[in-house]
Design a protein around this ligand. Structure first.
Ligand SMILES: [Zn+2]
Length: 154
């Protein structure tokens, strides 16, 4: 399932995941002021999320109740996949190192990551997927040229 969620839509989703299900007023109460959004803006964002089938609505009296169709964990997983799909396959390790360095992590988080690394089988080779004709990612070339120069200098 391919779903794209904008930054603004993500703010709305985070509020709804926290509330589990909510009306426009309940959501507006939580996020309108901090984001300087009108209720109309939030209604527009909710409409988009319903169209994308990330939210469903049920009518309760005169109000609509919005309920997520995807859990926060499912969406976090999809965002991670989406991020990796945007960069060269040979750069996935660099992306993960950058994320690890910039994330605030508890001891429990680090334990979970250690277990995931220990159970991960290494690939023999990761092919560059930048261009069909390129065997090696162009980003590596200046570095490789530099290593060659260094080796020749020794
Ligand atoms: Zn590449």
């Amino acid at each position: 399932m391919k779903v794209t969620i904008s930054d603004s839509e993500m703010i709305v989703m985070r509020a709804i995941w926290t509330l589990e299900q909510a009306t426009v007023d309940q959501i507006a109460c939580q996020i309108a002021a901090a984001n300087q959004w009108s209720v109309a803006t939030i209604k527009t964002l909710l409409g988009r999320l319903v169209k994308k089938e990330i939210l469903t609505t049920t009518k309760s009296g005169r109000k609509f109740i919005y309920t997520p169709t995807l859990s926060e964990c499912q969406v976090v997983g999809m965002l991670g996949q989406e991020l990796l799909s945007k960069v060269c396959a040979q750069k996935h390790g660099d992306v993960l190192v950058t994320l690890l360095a910039s994330a605030k992590l508890t001891a429990a988080d680090l334990q979970k990551i250690s277990v995931a690394i220990a159970s991960k089988l290494p690939a023999c080779h990761v092919a560059c997927d930048c261009l069909e004709s390129a065997a090696v990612c162009q980003c590596d070339e200046p570095q490789q040229a530099l290593s060659r120069q260094l080796l020749e200098a020794i």
